[in-house]
Design a protein around this ligand. Structure first.
Ligand code: ATP
Length: 679
């Protein structure tokens, strides 16, 4: 049994709420999140982001309002011109008064243009700042969320939320929000002026607002649903593109490119259909917003002409009325576009906060503990684990890990062996807390990994997986990604590359400064694995978790790495998931994982002699492996280590940083010879 497992200070721990990390794929789940909010409540969540740039936005709004007021003042000047200087000028043949009116209209026009330009300049920066901040926070949150979240959420959905949704929001902040405010104020003030100065004519115009308001409400309801649908479909489409790009080799190799295309075309067609629905709903509202004001103006014209002929209003008042109505008409017509923009932005906000409000189910503890003098004892105590989406009953309903007890003494290397699907990788991922145990505990030197901050845990644990992920950065940055601050020198880099037999990186066009990863040089699977292994070593961990990190290597390179690793691992406690029998040669002990538990622990030779299941597992893998002599694994390891080390040193002395081919074969030969001699 493990020596010590820290008791949680708060008593029993809650089971991780894996469900919280799921993507809301149905309407019910969406309703439970942002979609259940009103548009105002939904958009209010942007207030903390808008507040820091509020002065600039307000200045922009004031400029825009000033421009609208200048536009609304022009008809008043026209009224004064028609009723005053023009009428008087016609009677007295003195046109001097007219020029004052012309100058005033000109000044108002220039002021309007200047204010519009100032509005643009003021609003542009806040929009881009908010977008950048939202994007950075989303990225940080995504980094924070547990792996279980990323298992559930398709990459394209996250991509579309962080790119197109936030782009939509920026455009709304820079244009839509401002236009909404300014249009609303212009319409209210304009209609106020129309009613105040035009009397009955103003009331006729105002009556048009009733059908338009009803239409706007109906529109909002329908448009919101279809807007959400189209943005979700765009995310699904992005996922399809991402998957096909990642899997392009498989698709081409199996000649399934056309199938992928037809499924992509179907999704694209669905999105096109939704976009068309959106356009139809919007054009329906637009038709009303254009027709109703024109209709009311037509009625006002008939009534207005009659009123002038009856002497109830002046010609100047009629001209001013229609000039003001023309100024009000334009924001009324724009309202359809601004409303749809606002509803699209609201959907973007909902989708953004769907992710941002997903809680981190693996938070740092309130009172973290540290391993002050790490020795590297790794202990699993009664560990249970079940994936979040496991069914309640039937196949897959039982725990993947069903009470694992295992202690790795400091500095020892333990190979984890079991049939495929027995849970080896799952157990390995519990150590760096990529997943959370659902029962029991994992501890390092007696401190439960859940009681440490993630930063402290990462400083103790290094990992390398079979699937070697590299980032678009230099070899150096990739290798030193997790290295502590005091271990980032050229010598540290060289040591890690040497152990991982990644000397080939010096031969790349810019040496270790060469950019690799998605945007950089393509590397072979084995080369990628060696860099990932170097990264794990450069992190200088006390506990190393290796999940078949050598699977893509040829036998001689693997043997050379194993020899160097064996030296390196003497100080590090290592859990190595053995998917290949050759990996067992690295280990001091082997632990057998069977039916979710560790059923046997011991040296390879002992287990081979005493454990039937172990023999079965090894024989199922044996096609590719001849195990070392059962009676003395350690002797074989030491000989291999010594011989292969000599080959590596010789190769390095002769300038060949990557001993492979003949040299590597010699190392293998030495190992095999040792094997033979021991038999
Ligand atoms: N992200 C996941 N979500 C749900 N189930 C998973 C997930 N990853 C693995 N499983 C399931 O958990 C079980 C154990 O998987 P795991 O990868 O740990 O096995 P393994 O022993 O490492 O297998 P192999 O030797 O084939 O790599 C399998 O039944 C697998 O289907």
């Amino acid at each position: 049994m493990p020596s010590s497992a820290a008791a949680h200070p708060d008593g029993p721990r809650p089971t991780p709420a894996s469900d919280d990390t799921r993507r809301p794929t149905d309407d019910q789940a969406r309703a439970a999140r942002g979609a259940s909010l009103s548009t105002v409540a939904s958009m209010r969540r942007l207030v903390p982001y808008i507040r820091p740039v509020l002065p600039r936005i307000l200045a922009g709004v004031l400029c825009a309002l000033g421009a609208s007021l200048a536009a609304l003042a022009v008809p008043r000047v026209l009224q004064w011109l028609v009723n005053g200087p023009l009428t008087a000028g016609l009677a007295t043949h003195d046109e001097s008064g007219l020029w004052w009116g012309v100058v005033l209209v000109l000044v108002l026009g220039v002021a309007e243009a200047g204010l519009i330009a100032a509005r643009r300049a003021l609003i542009l920066i806040p929009g881009t700042n908010i977008e950048a901040r939202l994007r950075t926070e989303l990225f940080t949150h995504l980094q924070d969320l547990p792996v279980a979240f990323h298992d559930r959420w398709p990459g394209g959905q996250l991509l579309s939320r962080s790119m197109s949704d936030l782009g939509l929001l920026r455009r709304w902040i820079a244009f839509g929000m401002l236009t909404l405010v300014v249009s609303s104020v212009t319409i209210v003030v304009g209609i106020g002026i129309l009613v105040a100065t035009g009397g009955v004519l103003g009331l006729i115009y105002l009556a048009g607002a009733i059908p338009m308001t009803v239409m706007a409400f109906t529109f909002s309801r329908r448009f919101r649903a279809v807007s959400r649908k189209s943005q979700d479909q765009a995310g699904d489409l992005a996922t399809a593109v991402e998957e096909s790009v990642h899997g392009i080799r498989v698709l081409k190799a199996f000649g399934r490119g056309r199938d992928a295309l037809s499924s992509f075309a179907r999704q694209a067609d669905e999105l096109r259909g939704t976009e068309l629905d959106k356009a139809k709903i919007q054009s329906g509202l637009q038709a009303w917003l254009t027709a109703v004001p024109e209709l009311t103006l037509g009625v006002s014209l008939v009534v207005g002409v009659w009123m002038v002929s009856e002497g109830r209003i002046t010609v100047g008042a009629l001209v001013a009325f229609f000039a003001t109505a023309a100024v009000v008409n334009s924001p009324v017509i724009d309202l359809g576009m601004v409303l749809s923009m606002t509803l699209n932005a609201r959907t973007a906000v909902d989708r953004y906060f769907d992710v941002m409000t997903t809680p981190n189910t693996l938070p740092d503890p309130a009172a973290p503990r540290e391993v002050t003098d790490p020795h590297g004892e790794l202990a699993f105590t009664g560990v249970h684990f079940r994936y979040g989406d496991a069914p309640a009953e039937g196949p897959g309903s039982t725990d993947v890990l069903d009470g694992v007890d295992l202690v790795l003494p400091p500095g020892k290397t333990v190979a984890l062996v079991g049939l495929t699907g027995s849970g080896k990788s799952t157990l390995a991922m519990l150590v760096p807390r990529l997943y959370e145990v659902t029962g029991g505990s994992v501890s390092i030197d007696g401190v439960d990994v859940r009681d440490m901050t993630r930063e402290h845990l990462r400083s103790l644990v290094g990992v390398a997986f079979e699937d070697a992920t590299l980032f678009s950065a230099s070899v150096r940055d990739n290798v030193l990604l997790g290295a502590p601050d005091d271990a980032r020198t050229d010598a540290d880099l060289a040591r890690a590359l040497d152990v991982a037999q990644a000397g080939f990186t010096y031969e790349l066009p810019q040496g270790t400064s060469t950019t690799i990863g998605e945007e950089g040089m393509s590397l072979s699977g084995g080369q990628r694995q060696r860099i990932a292994l170097a990264r794990a070593i450069a992190a200088r961990p006390r506990v190393l978790v290796l999940d078949d990190p050598l699977s893509a290597l040829d036998v001689d390179t693997e043997a050379a790495i194993q020899a160097r690793l064996a030296d390196e691992l003497e100080e590090i406690t290592t859990l190595i998931v053995a998917h290949r029998p050759s990996t067992v040669a690295l280990a001091d002990l082997v632990a057998v994982l069977q039916d979710g538990r560790i059923t046997a622990v011991g040296p390879h030779s002992e287990l081979l002699a005493t454990n039937e299941h172990y023999r079965y597992v090894i024989s199922s893998l044996e096609d590719e492996f001849t195990p070392p002599p059962p009676d003395d694994v350690e002797v074989a390891r030491q000989v291999a280590r010594g011989e292969a080390r000599a080959v590596v040193d010789e190769a390095l002395d002769s300038g060949d940083a990557t001993p492979s081919g003949r040299n590597g074969a010699t190392a293998i030969g030495a190992w095999q010879a040792s094997e033979g001699s021991e038999r």
